[in-house]
Design a protein around this ligand. Sequence first.
Ligand code: IFM
Length: 445
Amino acid sequence: MTQDADFSALAPPFKLGVGTSAYQIEGAVNQDGRGKSIWDVFTHTPGKTKDGTNGDVACDHYNRLNEDLDLLQWMHVDGYRFSISWPRIVPEGVGSVNEKGLDFYERLVDGLLARDITPYPTLYHWDLPAALESEGGWLNRATCHAFEQYAVAVARRLGDRVPMWFTHNEPWCQAFLGYEHGIFAPGVQNFADALQCAHHLLLSHGMAATALRSVVNTPIGPALNFTPSYPGSDKEEDIEAAQRQNGYFQGWFVDPIAGRGYPEHMVRHYGKLMPSFRSADLDVIAAPIDVLGVNYYERSLVVNKEGDEGGVLQLEHLQRPLAHTADREMYPPGLSDTLRDLHFNYGFNNLMITENGAAFEETPDETGYVDDAGRIDFIKAHLNEVIKVKAEGVPVNGYFAWTLMDNYEWNEGYSLCYGLCHMNKQTFKRTPKTSAHFLRRLRAK
Ligand code: IFM
């Protein structure tokens, strides 16, 4: 077994935990009045997911809540990050609130608190109510108002017990995987739509953050994904290519949230593809936040490509040379580079690593046990980057490993295992992997 390094710099009040999202684990898609989401529609459309599967049952977490709460307690986590399913709370997207949906999350929050685990809910992890999609979904400004109302309904019920709120998770994925590449719900391929969607996600974040402040007095922020781009050479054109990729990926979200508006060089680059919007929207988007969630998995390496003169980016992505997990290159310094940038350049003063993790090809033994030494090395390497930047004065206050257990990995179906616990898809038995034991040891009780 891999030796434990010195992680005392991450002792409480630093929060160590794990994360999940509703559609990836809950299942129970037709239970207790839940409405349909765009992911129900997408995964039931032939050819959209790698193995033809859907999240109808997923990890059956909805029906195994107490067992999962006990598992989290066994893992000694300080905090648990989960997402709330909008169609469970407001089945039609707007209008009547489904009390049974709220009851479920109340049982979850109370169950965590009873076990001395801090709840960290996220309001949107891509499962838009399907009823809103038929009205234009994220391309329709009305969806921002619907999101604001849903956020308030949740906060009214849980606000007295939740110490921190995340609005959106990885809006880049919703906008660009959902509307540029079309590999996520709702499966559109139109770059201008992706920019329009991104604008409404940002606007809805700002609107919800402001509305939440009238209900709760706790930190609020978004959880963004960061894939920092590095130039494949020191040629000026490649350095600029990396800047464009960074503008496309994270600058597009972090700049307006930080009050800088959309990155100018990208606005020029997109030209006619830019959505038209009210200038006051930028003030709404720049509503003050008290925490920034950082999801980090990998970097990208790019060089310029002939023809990248405007419109949709035309860069060349290079093969990344370092060791890979099942689906990504391992590059821990990308995390510390990102954290330094967010604090020293943007001035964010409360950073939480809301996701970081790795998938590996794994075969459990006959008891369901997986010895995932590679995942431990991955987590340790990234924790070490956190320790390094904390020593430099970067205020990182938590780390949530992705994810509690193997679950439904979106368009990849069940083909990628990111869990710290194995989940048997036939019996639903959860078995802690070596990495779950590792995390548990970091918080001896
Ligand atoms: O499983 C996803 C999660 O839903 C969002 N961030 C990345 C994870 C791993 O791909």
